[in-house]
Design a protein around this ligand. Structure first.
Ligand SMILES: NC(=O)c1ccc[n+]([C@@H]2O[C@H](COP(=O)([O-])OP(=O)(O)OC[C@H]3O[C@@H](n4cnc5c(N)ncnc54)[C@H](O)[C@@H]3O)[C@@H](O)[C@H]2O)c1
Length: 396
């Protein structure tokens, strides 16, 4: 098995047995190397492959639309080097239609013929970093090919190491399934982030209401409010779909647009709640020291991409606060759009809380000793509902 990447530094690092992926330990990588895995930046290595799986980034472009340049470039490389008989599977999250309209024409541009020389399918990545229960093997894998043969070959490949392979009607349905999953989360989190605001005004404990609703054994799935959505999936993927709907059909995907508006406002709302706590203590944000606890987009991982912590930090700093943070996974942190110098993590909660006027718990890493935090007597805004019952703690 080879891993091809255009980033030579990364290739070197992987071949030295040092993993850059949260969920893959150096030990696991070294085991793979001992069994023949090798990383390379030489595209010619792809010419020996029976199956090529493409998992390049799919970010947003500067105008907020899909940026498919990585997919296009990967497809061109494959067209140049793939041997007849190769199965090519796109795994990058993208809008429905990409595999057929953008990816396949580029893969076949050099003369490879679909169903004769090359077989093309889409199968969404469903990795959930930090999830202790579901990994590659026991997460069902959806596969949709451009042709029946393509579907069969891609499914046969995944069946070798995944317990359950689910056949979609076609590539577009497999593409849509992935965006549906992420849009579903995005919209439901937005619903909670809107409700948390008026529940606070009404004096109703939304967290408790969610726990009560979650006892219903059918027809309900709990989502919880928080400081906003982060990562490279939830804030990005629904935009791929809404952009597609607008570009192709001319009308808006209103649910996603509203969810984006609500979730993008969530970090500023958290900053305002911190402001209110300080105000009740007759302190101004300006000149106060704020400790942010946990700045990654999920617990127990080091990934800070699109983390709402960036906006919380920026807003509080713009209001004149002295922003500090503590995160065992992020020794140094430069929030997006940050005007100051790179921040350095406090070594412990106690250390960080010393001299802080307020602590804002943004991410609940299991390494945090929350009892220690509650016993500091510093005012705490808990955006994750993990510290209920303490006088110094206010829940989002
Ligand atoms: N990481 C996850 O947990 C996850 C989960 C679900 C879906 N996805 C989707 O998978 C895709 C990849 O995500 P990621 O987090 O692994 O991205 P990433 O940015 O961490 O890694 C992508 C790699 O692709 C390399 N690359 C870029 N262009 C290339 C090219 N033309 N040829 C070869 N390599 C190239 C980059 O150098 C980089 O190392 C995205 O579409 C993402 O939405 C990721």
């Amino acid at each position: 098995m080879i891993g091809f990447d255009v980033h030579s530094g990364l290739v070197e690092q992987l071949n030295q047995g040092r993993s850059h992926v949260d969920d893959i330990s150096d030990e696991t990588l070294n085991l793979a190397i001992s069994q023949g895995y090798e990383a390379t930046d030489d595209p010619q290595a792809l010419s020996n492959a029976d199956v090529i799986v493409v998992c390049v980034p799919t970010p947003l472009s500067s105008d907020g639309g899909p940026d498919l340049t990585y997919i296009e470039s990967a497809a061109r490389t494959i067209a140049r080097v793939a041997s007849p008989g190769t199965t090519v599977i796109l795994e990058s999250t993208t809008y429905p239609g990409t595999t057929e309209e953008i990816f396949a024409p580029l893969v076949t541009a050099g003369g490879l013929m679909l169903d004769v020389d090359v077989f093309i399918a889409f199968s969404p990545e469903r990795v959930d970093p930090g999830n202790p229960t579901y990994g590659i093997r026991n997460t069902p894998k959806v596969v949709g090919g451009l042709t029946t043969q393509s579907t069969q070959r891609a499914a046969a490949f995944y069946e070798r190491f995944i317990d359950e392979v689910v056949i979609a009607r076609g590539a577009a349905e497999a593409e849509m399934a992935k965006i549906l999953e992420n849009t579903f989360r995005h919209v439901n989190i937005a619903l909670m982030n809107e409700m948390v605001r008026f529940c606070d005004d009404l004096g109703i404990d939304l967290w408790n209401a969610i726990d009560c609703a979650a006892t219903k054994p059918f027809g309900y799935m709990p989502f919880r409010p928080g400081p906003g959505v982060g990562g490279h999936c939830i804030p990005v993927d629904p935009s791929y779909l809404s952009h597609r709907v607008k570009a192709q059909l001319g009308y808006a995907f209103r649910m996603v647009e509203l969810a984006e508006e609500i979730n993008e406002a969530a970090p500023t709302y958290v900053a305002r709640r911190a402001w209110r706590i300080l105000n009740n203590q007759e302190r101004a944000v300006n000149g106060s020291t704020v400790l942010l606890l946990g700045v990654t987009y999920k617990p127990d991982i080091a990934d800070c991409r699109e983390s709402p912590a960036d906006q919380v930090a920026r807003t509080l700093a713009d209001w004149g606060a002295n922003v500090r943070y503590c995160d065992p996974f992020v020794p140094n942190w430069l929030p997006q759009g940050w005007k100051g110098q790179t921040l350095k993590s406090e070594t412990s909660i106690t250390e960080g809380a010393r001299g802080a006027d307020i602590v804002v718990l943004l991410q609940n890493h299991s390494a945090f000793d929350l009892q220690e935090l509650a016993s500091t007597n510093v005012a705490v805004l808990d955006t994750r509902n993990v510290l209920s019952g303490f006088d110094n703690v206010e829940m989002l």
